[in-house]
Ligand binder design. Structure first.
Ligand code: HEM
Length: 296
């Protein structure tokens, strides 16, 4: 079997986009390795690495979910070529995260298994990891051909379950500060809503705007509810922080900013398309990437 270079198109031609993204996906790992080598992770290097790898898993998972809406808003079909790469990278970081956890537990696999069974946040994380492994294993061209496009698409809808599991794991392991999990959850809301409004047939800019208008307060609601339920901090105190400049930026603000960025992209692409774009209408599903071009 001949292996295709990840930076090449299917026709074997070099793709700058794929090459840049491919290199970029190694950047977090390279940075973590640098921090490790220079003692920046002292005194708990393995713990810090577990955190770094976990964070990047969530970030890449969300990035993979951003590809489809961004491709539509920006009318940039070629973007689809990087989705699989980003998804597989998310799995690689998740695997590193899990492996580091095993290292942290002194390679005692029996203990690791019992911790996964006993600690809810680890059970959830493990379920997300198994889900990601399933998606990665079925993402080769040969596997897509073997299981068929329709089944592949059905199976890969699993990502809509995996992402909330990953986010819940993120929330549950956070001790006092849930700002980052709350922001990631808000971004997930934003991306899901953007898909929903596209499904309803809304104009892209209107869908992006509505998504931002819903996702930002939903983020604030999720954050305040979490603190109220888990930390017993009065709901109003956290909710009101969203209206204070002193406590800025709140997760809801960042989600709103991401939503505004999507609106801007969609509006920018409202301008009359170039002749080249007009001549080649946007296909609903780009054929070449096969099943991988369909949603999610
Ligand atoms: C797709 C699967 C997973 C994702 C996306 C994920 C993500 C994360 C994230 C984002 C963090 C917090 C990082 C930070 O706050 O800096 C974290 C922490 C952690 N995760 Fe995961 N994780 C996953 C699976 C697992 C699995 C399978 C295990 C082990 C069985 C695990 C064990 C841990 C541990 C031990 C921590 C640190 C908790 C602490 O410091 O108290 N994770 N994970």
């Amino acid at each position: 079997m001949k292996l295709k270079a990840p930076w090449n198109e299917r026709n074997g031609r070099f793709s700058a986009l794929k090459a840049i993204v491919f290199a970029g996906l190694f950047a977090p790992a390279a940075w973590l390795a640098f921090e490790l080598a220079t003692g920046m992770l002292f005194p708990k290097p393995v713990t810090e690495l577990i955190h770094g790898a976990g964070l990047w898993t969530v970030r890449l998972l969300l990035l993979s979910l951003l590809v489809t809406p961004l491709r539509r808003y920006a009318r940039w079909n070629k973007l689809i070529a990087i989705r699989r790469m980003v998804g597989v990278a998310a799995f690689a970081y998740a695997l590193a995260h899990f492996s580091l956890y095993i290292v942290d537990q002194s390679y005692n696999l029996l203990h690791v298994a019992s911790e996964i069974a006993l600690r809810f946040y680890l059970t959830i994380g493990f379920a997300a990891l198994v889900g990601l492994a399933t998606l990665a294993a079925t993402s080769t061209d040969a596997m897509i051909r073997r299981i068929g496009a329709a089944n592949w698409n059905r199976l890969h809808k699993l990502v809509y379950l995996i992402a909330p599991l990953a986010l819940l794991h993120f929330f549950l392991q956070a001790k006092a500060n849930v700002a980052e999990p709350a922001m990631m959850t808000g971004l997930f809301f934003l991306l899901m809503l953007a898909r929903l409004f596209t499904r309803f047939g809304w104009p892209q800019w209107a869908g992006a705007l509505a998504s931002a208008l819903i996702a930002a307060p939903a983020t604030a609601l999720a954050e305040a509810s979490w603190y109220a339920l888990v930390r017993h901090i009065p709901f109003a105190r956290v909710w009101d922080a969203n209206f204070s400049l002193l406590l800025a930026p709140r997760p809801s603000w960042l989600v709103a900013a991401a939503g505004v960025a999507l609106v801007v992209v969609a509006l920018a692409r409202l301008a009359p398309p170039s002749t080249a774009l007009r001549a080649v209408p946007l296909p609903r599903f780009a054929g070449k990437e096969g099943a991988a071009s369909r949603q999610p």
